[in-house]
Design a protein around this ligand. Structure first.
Ligand code: NAD
Length: 509
């Protein structure tokens, strides 16, 4: 693969989505070889302002479309995704550096959430509430909210948007997407496919065509402008805890709503009774997959002292077999880091670990001669003497900190003693240990798994985490409620006017 090949292939993929890029002021690179694969035009605040106005206008039309009909548009979008799964998955791999299998997996996740949303479009159930007053009926209904601002991270350049978009659309909202400025092409591709779905939907007004789903290209400054805009009642922001810490107060100040999906520092406990065959496979996927660049990547491993030597030996053998290289080549399991910044952060963390007495295996740069502008690393295992400050931070790279434990309650306490609370897991065949980990006194995370790793969630469950992970939930279950406004209605069909709590308040008139 040469630099020129990637450039041309990207152009061909974009053409498949109907996108013809003229030169823009934001260069887009591929982490595969560090080369420039395109340039796109950035939007400024005035552009965003116009887009927000268009999203408002489209909302006026979209909110009155019956939800099952809204679901039909999402169904058509899923058809486009099915049809272009290979191409979009490949673009994800080229722009974000994921192996093909995972690029395709992201698109499958989009299809899954669309299917979920189509079903949901007929199930936006409210409830009837027992009224204390005779001749009265009380009910709760859910109505569309407005334009939803969606800020996404580089590492899931298509799936995270779709979790928000598919649900928000059937809920009657319109979409303003600010993708990572590292992955704008994936966003443009998704929106182009969505535009095709609108064409096939039929009867969409010009307002809907323009404002139902829009992409604003830019960096943090554009995200900040979106967060500050009072016309956007909900901002769903995915990214680092640092970003969430900036976005949350801006939205809160105008009393808007947020869904925050921020950094994780995910742990696994492997107990004395664990099935080690399963554990090794799960650890490998969770710690090494996506080159350690998932929010749910496994970063902290707590192993019972009695099995630690055996498990570590097996892990080292497994790590040695992992093929690192071009993510577009079949058989590759680990692609590149997103860029130099990620590589430097990883090396700094490993240096800190060594300084604190850790024994480190792996972590070095590889393939630098072949791709001097790209950053491939051997995933690292760091045997830590304790969970110090370094281990309590999220370093977005394939470093697995390994620690031994003797007492499960202590291990759970240490597991929970980090600021983040996204995903966690335990490997055990002991019912008591499994139940303890999932009980109130167990893991404090939003995702708590038994005998599977912390990463690779299905869309059916609510996804998100506690503490500095932000507390948001998106995707399945009843996450849709965050995208709607709740209305409580009381209807008096009697000929009297009884007040609640039996209050009498009348004059002779
Ligand atoms: P990032 O925080 O640098 O950027 C994420 C998005 O936020 C980008 O679109 C960026 O332009 C925007 N942004 C950055 N600063 C902003 C600000 N001050 N105001 C408004 N917008 C701003 O994150 P990244 O490097 O792209 O992604 C990696 C991080 O994302 C990791 O911490 C990872 O754990 C997290 N992540 C979390 C989830 C989750 O669901 N919890 C999913 C994916 C990634």
């Amino acid at each position: 693969m040469t630099t020129d090949t990637l450039f041309r292939e990207t152009g061909a993929l974009l053409a498949e989505f109907g996108i013809a890029l003229s030169d823009g002021d934001l260069p887009v690179g591929s982490p595969i070889d560090g080369s420039r694969i395109a340039a796109v035009q950035r939007h400024d605040r005035a552009d965003l302002d116009r887009m927000t106005a268009a999203a408002e206008r489209a909302f006026i039309a979209w909110r009155s479309v019956p939800p099952p009909r809204r679901g039909e548009l999402v169904r058509l979008f899923a058809e486009e995704l099915r049809h272009h799964k290979q191409a979009l998955g490949r673009l994800v791999s080229i722009e974000a550096g994921k192996i093909l299998e995972e690029g395709q997996g992201e698109v499958q996740e989009m299809i899954d959430i669309c299917d979920f949303a189509v079903g949901l479009s007929r199930q936006l159930y409210g409830r009837v509430v027992a009224s204390e007053r005779p001749g009265h009926r009380m009910l709760e209904t859910w109505h569309p909210l407005g334009p939803v601002g969606i800020i996404t991270a580089f590492n899931f350049p298509v799936a995270v948007w779709s979790w928000n978009a598919a649900i928000a659309l059937v809920c009657g909202d319109t979409l303003l997407w600010k993708p990572s400025d590292k992955t704008p092409l994936c966003a443009l591709a998704c929106n182009a496919l969505f535009a095709r779905a609108i064409d096939r939907f039929g009867g969409a007004s010009e307002d809907l065509r323009r404002g139902l789903s829009q992409v604003a290209i830019g960096g943090p400054e554009l995200g900040r402008a979106l967060a500050a805009d009072r016309r956007v009642p909900l901002v769903s922001a995915t990214g680092s805890t640092r970003m969430g810490g900036t976005v949350a107060p801006v939205v809160a100040q105008r009393l808007g709503r947020t869904i925050l999906e921020l950094g994780g520092n995910n742990g696994m406990i492997v107990t004395q009774s664990a099935d080690l065959d399963l554990a090794v496979r799960a650890i490998l996927f969770a710690a090494v997959g996506t080159a350690g660049q998932r929010c749910t990547s496994l970063r902290r491993l707590f192993v019972h002292d009695s099995i630690a030597d055996t498990l570590l030996a097996r892990l080292q053998r497994a790590y040695a077999q992992v093929r690192i290289g071009d993510p577009l080549e079949p058989g590759t399991l680990v692609g590149p880091l997103i860029g130099e910044h990620a590589f430097t952060a990883m090396q700094q963390a490993l240096a800190e670990a060594r300084a604190e007495g850790a024994e480190v295996f792996g972590g070095e740069r590889v393939l630098a001669e072949r791709w001097p502008q790209a950053y491939y690393v051997r995933p690292a295992l760091a045997l830590m003497p304790a969970q110090n400050g370094l281990v309590q931070r999220e370093t977005f790279a394939p470093i697995l900190y390994v620690m031994r434990y003797r007492d499960l309650a202590d291990a759970i306490a240490t597991h929970n003693a980090v600021p983040q609370g996204l995903a966690s897991s335990i490997f055990t065949t002991d019912l008591r240990e499994a139940e303890l980990f999932t009980a109130a006194e167990g893991s404090d995370c939003g995702i708590v798994n038994v005998n599977i790793g912390p990463s690779g969630a299905e869309i059916g469950g609510a996804f998100g985490g506690e503490k500095e992970t932000g507390g948001g939930r998106e995707a399945g279950s009843d996450s849709w409620k965050a995208y709607m406004r709740r209305m409580t209605t009381t209807i008096n069909y009697s000929r009297d006017l009884p007040l609640s709590q039996g209050i009498r308040f009348a004059v002779d008139a």
